[in-house]
Design a protein around this ligand. Structure first.
Ligand code: NAD
Length: 484
């Protein structure tokens, strides 16, 4: 069934776009049309920002207590929760994520985010009174204002909820711009917001490309930008925000390392490392695409890694047995194949994969690929490839492993595998990344997530993920003030 969306969601209602342009979504698996949406233009942007501005400046939403907003968001959760299977199938059509993975990460986890923030909001204290030298101060946390949220295509609903849930809970109003590759799934959120009857203008959805995205970033009606995407775009967005000292949160790229220590149990560590490298067919910011291996165990590890890569089921993402789907677009497929070519020209050796799988014409597939003979200075070890491509890098001694893991402009994620958890934790403390796992994949909605270095600024998830949507205000009061 082809999904034709005829309207944008602005000011609490589905409303025609000013533009006659449309964004067409084609399945990365076979090129078939999945659906289309209006492509919002700059007039639509002005309308959406004006609606969000009104909702913030005059509407009830920021004036409710956080607990009241949490109750309303709980109802949005209720609307969406029953649509998880539909959501997973839709994101699989848009992105090409294997359906077994979509069901969990593209559909179930966003519901968990929302639920987490609903629960946090029920008890979160937005003010406290602190004694001071000249009298006490009331320290108030207020919503930051109108938020422009921009998300990429790889986890479209998940990354949308990671912004929308804390932003709305904080009392902000939001204009969200999904990626042009994945504009369909967010309509489910708009429908839930409409069904629950959140006040007009609290959430506005503008499917569009780069031009409207950049205009949103620079729009005078916007107080804060929350961006997830590439580091190159993040740099540009930060520059625009700097001009008006606009608040900005950036969740950017990564080139994370998985470190196998010499005492690692390879029966656990190698499958864990392979899974972490190839999540969502490698199109994952936290993908651990550098595998650091003790030189003495290198050949044994490579043999096991190659066996697991060769056992992956590459194919139609709608098939529940598929483990690696297509790249999201022809452009992304070209980019990944281009990096494989770069790696070979740099002198690394393809241990398995390296091309386009046979028998899958019509989709943007790339063979799961393992490189050996990789030096950490090579481009395939330094740059984000965003496909199922793993670089195995040998090291000697834990200090060298730490040095190699940290030798990156990025600092997003990573893992260590060791037979000794204490040793693993000690090593984790030396790695310059925003999150890191010991003997596992690592995912905790209550713990902050984000980047060191050029992987970003600010945090999502946990109470720390609410903080970027709040401003602190200190109100000094006379000593006889009594909190009401
Ligand atoms: P991208 O930067 O090209 O695009 C991301 C979004 O920004 C899209 O909606 C796009 O339309 C918009 N955009 C592009 N140029 C813009 C501009 N000049 N102004 C405003 N908006 C603009 O990234 P992508 O290729 O869609 O996504 C992949 C990247 O996202 C990878 O680098 C990945 O690591 C990163 N990512 C990071 C996280 C994280 O949490 N750190 C999570 C997922 C993806």
């Amino acid at each position: 069934m082809v999904i034709e969306r005829r309207e944008l969601f602005i000011d609490g209602a589905f409303t025609p776009s000013d533009s006659s342009e449309r964004i067409e979504v084609r399945s990365p698996a076979d090129g078939q049309i999945v659906g289309s949406v209006p492509e919002a233009n700059l007039t639509d942007l002005d309308r959406a920002v004006a609606a969000a501005r009104r909702a913030f400046d005059e509407g009830p939403w920021p004036r409710l207590t956080m607990a009241e907003r949490a109750e309303q968001l709980g109802r949005v959760h209720g609307e969406l929760n029953g649509r998880q299977a539909e959501l997973a199938a839709l994101v699989t059509e848009e992105v090409g994520t294997p359906i077994s993975f979509s069901t969990m990460v593209q559909a179930m986890v966003p519901m968990m985010f929302l639920d987490y923030y609903v629960n946090l909001g029920r008890t979160y204290a937005t003010e406290d009174v602190r004694p001071g030298m000249l009298g006490p101060s009331i320290v108030v946390q207020e919503p930051v204002g109108v938020v422009g949220a921009i998300v990429p295509w790889n986890y479209p609903f998940y990354l949308t909820l990671a912004k929308v849930a804390p932003a709305l809970l904080a009392g902000c109003t939001v204009v969200i711009k999904p990626a042009p590759e994945t504009p369909l799934d967010i309509y489910l959120l708009a429908e839930a917001v409409e069904a629950v009857g959140l006040p007009p203008g609290v959430l506005n959805v503008l499917p569009a490309g780069r031009e409207v995205g950049e205009a949103l970033v620079g729009h005078p009606g916007v107080d804060k930008i929350s961006f997830t995407g590439s580091t190159a775009t993040g740099r540009r967005i930060m520059g625009i925000c700097a001009e008006s000292v606009r608040r900005v949160t950036l969740e950017l790229g990564g080139k994370s390392a998985c470190i196998l220590l010499d005492d690692a149990d390879l029966d656990l560590a190698v499958p864990g490392a392979v899974q972490a490298a190839t999540l969502n067919s490698g199109q994952t910011c936290v993908a651990q695409t550098r595998l650091l291996v003790p030189r003495a165990r290198h050949d044994e590890v490579v043999e096991r890694v190659v066996a697991l890569f060769d056992a992956m089921v590459v194919g139609d993402p709608r098939d529940p047995t598929t483990t690696v789907g297509p790249m999201v677009s022809a452009r992304q497929q070209e980019r990944v194949l281009g990096y494989i070519d770069i790696g070979e020209r740099e002198g690394a050796k393809v241990a398995t994969g390296g091309g386009v799988p046979s028998g899958l014409a019509g989709g943007h597939y790339v063979e799961p690929t393992v490189f050996v003979g990789v030096d950490n200075g090579m481009r395939i070890a330094q740059e984000e490839i965003f496909g199922p491509v793993l670089a195995v890098i040998p090291y000697e001694g834990d200090d060298a492993a730490v040095q190699l893991a940290n030798d990156s402009i990025y600092g997003l994620s990573g893992a260590v595998w060791s037979g000794d958890t204490e040793r693993g934790v000690a090593l984790a403390r030396r790695i310059r990344t925003g999150s890191f796992a010991v003997n596992g994949l690592g995912m905790n909605l209550a713990a902050p997530f984000g980047g060191f270095k050029q992987s970003g600024i600010g945090r999502e998830l946990g109470p720390e993920g609410l903080a970027p949507y709040l401003e602190y205000k200190s109100i000094s009061v006379p000593g006889d003030y009594v909190a009401s």
